[in-house]
Design a protein around this ligand. Structure first.
Ligand SMILES: Cc1cc2nc3c(=O)[nH]c(=O)nc-3n(C[C@H](O)[C@H](O)[C@H](O)COP(=O)(O)OP(=O)(O)OC[C@H]3O[C@@H](n4cnc5c(N)ncnc54)[C@H](O)[C@@H]3O)c2cc1C
Length: 556
């Protein structure tokens, strides 16, 4: 008995069960619902993808990217004053000095810390919550890397560029795809437990938009496994890598020549500010899911509030691709307690199919994420063929039981253990009944502009991971973020070390850029009295509550 679903939903699930034998036969015969043509993709994206609508977006009124149109929630933070303007902090008396300051303790930051320390530097890693509280630890499905025949970085490169609608920065894509086999090898050398065949070969799968099987995984907890090994490695080098937890950076420090010279941290436990002087700074603060653009629910951890973007922008760094956000096609739409949580693409990689209220397929299961999301939104809001939950949300079925029928009983539990437990807790056995899903805010495609050395447009300031933009263009393919954060974390760490060794170090730190930014805001008439970075989302307000409950899954 699936007591997690209402009787009405169980009744609808019978339609899924009725169409399953024929779909199973087709899958076994290697047939699938047809993929869209490029023209069809454009049509559905233009009509139904939130990025293609002007609603909820406005032009940024200040700074290097002035005039570009971004989600309003982000513009609000960028057009805001520093929380330090009214606080007295003496930057001439640093509380700490280090060679490299890494801001952010997810996968990207930890990889950067390891690389910089590996070159003989002292590293301070300051992170907002605990070391590892991050999007990295939540990643499920896998990490791409072309290390198996008949694949190569060449095909990987083409897939990334195609998936990004040919808008990616080619040098960044080349760096990522060429480094990928090395990263997989490095993770294995750190002790990562990859999924393997009995003979020891890596298990690799397709992800949306891949032309070759190159998705490496660790069950459906790939990110947790990556974080386990890189964090352990960093902790084992405690003499070189000092970790400060519950210490978010709130502003950068600059010298008189415009070189980054450190940062101010805010100790969340003592509520005091600490001045850190550093020869180089690496920002790896992750994404912006917790800004809940357009009221969408999100998959992200609680620290994903875009702090790095705000700090870097105020200091003069250029951003790129910030108009582009990734909505993951399959966020949980039911049960209510799980709304927004990710259902990994691996479910579709294993053969799970998306079905409307009639139990019919309506989209090729592995379209690029933006196309797949737009197709689900169209099916629900445009065609009126979504399934409504008791609270009025809409969703479509993701037929997971098909996986056991295709690959043998026990596959769902073995390959998707975290997802299995997540639903089972609420009385839903996903090996026996489908999940209800709807797109959820997942990933920030844009961010701080970097080159293939991990350098931002500010000397001495590097950036890595989800806080950067360019490598994925306007759409990221699954499995390329876990790769991106490690490739560019490592590159940022190595190149920061190289520039320090070359004698490129900052002079005395100051915070004058904050003053200038505040004045520019006032001159532009944009002083709304908001302070940023946000640091932690505020769920206590009526406004956010309304967004979360009313807007994410439109009621039609
Ligand atoms: C549920 C989920 C599933 C995913 N699955 C996959 C997948 O299967 N494959 C894939 O490739 N990608 C996946 N992704 C995306 C991928 O996990 C992330 O994009 C990536 O891990 C981000 O790494 P990062 O190091 O840049 O940021 P994070 O891992 O988010 O780390 C950022 C760190 O910075 C800290 N921080 C933030 N602000 C500050 C501040 N002001 N000062 C100091 N520290 C700060 C945060 O607390 C956090 O520790 C998934 C993401 C989610 C949310």
């Amino acid at each position: 008995m699936q007591e997690g679903y209402t009787p009405e939903m169980l009744e609808l699930i019978k339609r899924v069960e009725a169409s399953r034998p024929e779909r199973l036969a087709q899958s076994r015969a290697g047939k699938s619902y047809p993929a869209m043509s490029m023209d069809d993709r454009d049509v559905v994206l233009n009509a139904f993808h939130p990025d293609y609508s002007e609603e909820g977006r406005r032009a940024l009124g200040i700074g290097q990217n002035q005039g570009e149109v971004y989600p309003e929630e982000l513009v609000d933070l960028l057009e805001s004053r520093s929380m330090l303007e009214s606080v007295s902090v003496d930057v001439t008396q640093p509380d700490m000095e280090t060679d490299v300051l890494v801001i952010g303790g997810g996968g990207g930051g930890t990889a950067a810390a390891l690389a910089a320390a590996g070159e003989g530097n002292q590293v301070l890693l300051a992170t907002k919550l605990r070391h590892g509280d991050s999007n990295t630890v939540m990643a499920e499905g896998g990490i791409q890397g072309a290390d198996q025949e008949p694949d190569s970085p060449y095909y990987h490169y083409l897939d990334v560029i195609g998936g990004g609608h040919f808008t990616n920065e080619p040098s960044l894509v080349a760096a990522m795809t060429n480094d990928a086999p090395l990263i997989i090898e490095w993770l294995e050398s750190l002790g990562m437990m990859f999924d393997k065949h009995p003979d020891g070969r890596m298990k690799v799968r397709h992800g949306g938009g891949t032309s070759r099987k190159r998705m490496h995984s660790s069950g459906d907890m790939t990110g947790a496994e990556i974080m386990r090994v890189v964090r352990d490695e960093a902790r084992n080098r405690a003499e070189q890598i000092k970790v400060l937890e519950f210490s978010p950076a709130v502003e950068l420090l600059m010298d008189d020549d415009g070189r980054c010279a450190g940062a101010i941290l805010h100790n969340l436990e003592t509520s005091t500010f600490q001045v850190v002087k550093a020869k180089a700074v690496i920002i790896a603060t992750g994404g912006t899911g917790r800004l809940h653009y357009r009221g969408f629910a999100c998959t992200n951890h609680y620290g994903a509030t875009g702090d790095g973007l705000v700090m870097a922008y105020r200091a003069g760094a250029k951003l790129g691709y910030m108009d582009s956000v990734q909505y993951h096609p399959t966020g949980t739409a039911y049960p209510e307690q799980n709304v927004g949580l990710l259902v990994t693409e691996k479910v579709r990689g294993l053969g799970g199919q998306l079905l409307n209220i009639n139990g019919e397929q309506f989209v090729f299961p592995l379209e690029p994420r933006d196309v797949e999301s737009a197709a689900i939104i169209r099916e629900c809001t445009g065609e009126g063929r979504g399934v409504r939950t008791p609270t009025g949300r809409l969703g479509v079925w993701l037929d997971s039981p098909l996986i056991d029928q295709l690959h043998g009983e026990g596959t769902v539990q073995r390959e998707l253990p975290a997802k299995y437990i997540q639903f089972k807790r609420f009385g839903i056995d996903i090996a026996k009944v489908p999940m209800l899903v709807y797109p959820t805010l997942h990933y920030q495609n844009g961010g701080i502009a970097i080159n293939d050395l991990g350098e931002s447009t500010i000397p001495g300031l590097y950036a890595a991971g989800e806080t950067t933009g360019g490598v994925h263009g306007h759409n990221r393919l699954m499995g390329n973020s876990l790769l991106d954060i490690l490739v560019f974390g490592r590159r940022a760490g190595l190149n920061a070390a190289k520039s320090i060794a070359g004698g490129e170090v900052p002079g005395a730190p100051n915070m004058e850029h904050l003053q200038s930014y505040g004045e520019a805001l006032a001159d532009a008439g944009l002083d709304r009295g908001v302070l940023s970075p946000m640091i932690l989302p505020n769920y206590a307000t009526d406004e956010i509550r309304k967004q979360r409950w009313d807007v994410q899954s439109p009621v039609v």
